[in-house]
Design a protein around this ligand. Structure first.
Ligand SMILES: O=P(O)(O)OC[C@H]1O[C@H](O)[C@H](O)[C@@H](O)[C@@H]1O
Length: 547
């Protein structure tokens, strides 16, 4: 067992981090006028500028050495070759196979995955075209107008984020809606304006056991049947995406309307599979393929580029540097592109469910900070809400700024204003402004000495806050596919560097189990044994008030 802290490269980076904490990014720019060229990368879909991090050439050299010591390249091979790198669940991790559209056979456990993937795509194409062209008819013979995707977590966040991002490209053949929350308010709001005769439900659940999804699916079924007065209407209005065909069939969905998903595709990496049905329904199959192609382009980049020119690897190393070595606790994702308004929520699951863990591959406490908490908002909205904290709090929050050279909206006259903020905020976070500058500025504005003495300390921005810039040419299905795959491979790389099992999610199980237990007690009105007084007190209060 080779623990990360025992690696010489890890130890050297710890020492180097102590020195770097005394440095200032702004000074590093003054010392090296080529810094932007040295620390930026042009990848087909975007420019990646990481020069505004607290790094030097020595830092990056040390980080690449660490990556090699961690055998990142070999692990990357293992993933692409289908080895069972999801060790705690004994599964391969092959979402990359979903977007590799070559016809070359890929054999896993005696089965040709290429065939499976291509057949699934044929099924997706046939189904989505039928619905979009008005050939899929509801129980009363009317064409489908609205599609409701019922699913949560990985069965919701990806498709919703993508259809929101690309809605400018939708031809509105159908309207796509999402229900993820078990709170009945959401499904009630979504169903209220819909016509049961013209509504199709996708029950999206890899396991087909998720309580929230099953509860919503039953409500949707009752809504339909009470309008149709006919249970057989279900087969015309429900399709499923699941690895659990038995449960989906028992729910009443016809076998030919159950779309497969496989155990080698993790829920949070599944939008490329039939879980992406809402994407193909909303935007058309060709756009869905473009999305896959964009992701595949990054798969090839990740697989083939040397570590020194590999965007996902560099992002992972920087996150490790900022969090584990420099001590940042959180990381902001700040899209300056309205279409990406769901990206942060999507990345919260992708990153935090993957790497938010504290034991290593051998089940031992890692003894270092793993990944930061991910949060954020559309940049402009954030500026008027929490950027105060980013600029002046004691906590340094490294941030990813994501923007586009061209906007996809036809509205003119806004984009330069938006992007001026994109550039300015990163500059301000890095440069800051010291007290002397503040004082001179106030003096030049004719302020009194008394005012200057009072206000100057409050106007200081310490700066030295790291940011990455990801600048897309424009939001498109292809560039979005690339952007998502960039983060997926960053997450994979970070897991390897941290020696963490990125593809399980045991941490969500405890709460789920307790909720099932409590729900039973609520339904049967029985007392719960052996609970702490707070849990018991809260439940009793709820029961007394509610009944
Ligand atoms: O697709 P499902 O099986 O319904 O799972 C939906 C979600 O539920 C879980 O709680 C997991 O934490 C997620 O990783 C998963 O995406």
């Amino acid at each position: 067992m080779q623990f990360r802290q025992n690696l010489k490269s890890w130890q050297e980076l710890l020492i180097h981090a102590k020195d770097m904490k005394k440095q200032n990014i702004k000074d590093l720019f003054s010392e090296n006028t080529e810094r932007f060229n040295d620390f930026s990368l042009k990848v087909p879909a975007f420019l990646f500028d990481y020069s505004k991090n607290l790094i030097t050439e020595r830092t990056m050299k040390g980080l690449f050495t660490l990556a090699r010591d961690c055998q990142l390249e070999q692990w990357r091979e293992k993933m692409f070759n289908g080895e069972r790198i999801n060790t705690t669940e004994d599964r391969s991790v092959l979402h990359v196979a979903l977007r590799d559209r070559s016809t070359k056979p890929f054999i896993l456990d005696g089965e040709n995955l290429t065939d499976k993937v291509n057949q699934a795509l044929i099924q997706i194409k046939a189904f989505t075209e039928k619905v979009r062209m008005g050939q899929w008819l509801g129980y009363s013979g009317k064409r489908i107008k609205d599609v409701v995707n019922i699913g949560v977590g990985g069965s919701n966040l990806g498709p919703q984020m993508v259809t929101e991002a690309l809605k400018q490209y939708s031809d509105n053949s159908v309207n796509v809606h999402y229900v993820s929350n078990v709170d009945g308010n959401q499904i009630a709001d979504v169903l209220r304006p819909l016509d049961p005769e013209r509504t199709l439900f996708i029950i999206s659940s890899k396991t087909f056991t998720t309580t929230e999804t099953m509860t919503n699916a039953n409500t949707a079924m009752n809504w339909l049947v009470s309008a149709a007065f006919d249970q057989t209407a279900v087969s015309k209005h429900f399709v499923a995406v699941s690895a659990n065909k038995e449960n989906a069939g028992n729910f009443g969905i016809d076998n030919e309307n159950i779309f497969d998903i496989w155990d080698w595709v993790g829920g949070r990496f599944s939008l490329w599979s039939a879980i992406g049905l809402p994407i193909a329904l909303d935007l058309g199959f060709d756009k869905f393929i473009e999305l896959l192609e964009g992701a595949h382009e990054i798969d090839l980049h990740f697989k083939n580029a040397p570590l020194e020119e590999n965007a996902p690897v560099i992002m992972a190393l920087l996150s490790l540097w900022n969090c584990t070595f420099l001590g940042s606790q959180s990381q902001a994702i700040l899209p300056y592109d309205q279409p990406l308004h769901k990206l942060t929520a999507y990345l919260q699951q992708a990153e935090m469910e993957s790497n938010g863990k504290s034991v290593n591959w051998y089940g031992e406490e890692v003894g270092y900070s793993t990944v930061p908490s991910i949060w954020g908002e559309i940049g402009i909205n954030g500026q008027h809400a929490f950027y105060q904290y980013l600029h002046q709090s004691n906590n340094v929050v490294p941030a990813d700024f994501i923007g586009s050279v061209k906007s996809i909206t036809s509205v003119q006259g806004h984009h330069d204003t938006l992007m001026a903020n994109f550039f300015a905020q990163m500059e301000a976070l890095m440069s800051g402004v010291n007290e002397q500058q503040v004082r001179e500025d106030l003096k030049a504005k004719g302020r009194t000495q008394e005012y200057i003495d009072k206000v100057a300390p409050h106007k200081v921005h310490k700066g030295n806050r790291p940011t990455n810039a990801i600048l897309l040419d424009q939001i498109s299905a292809k560039s979005l596919g690339s952007l998502i795959a960039l983060y997926e491979h960053k997450i994979f790389s970070q897991g390897i560097l941290l020696q963490i099992c990125s593809f399980d999610q045991w941490g969500v199980e405890l709460g789920k189990g307790l909720a099932i237990n409590i729900l039973d007690a609520l339904k049967t009105n029985t007392e719960l044994d052996n609970r702490d007084s707070s849990t018991t007190g809260l439940i009793n209060y709820y029961k007394c008030k509610g009944r």
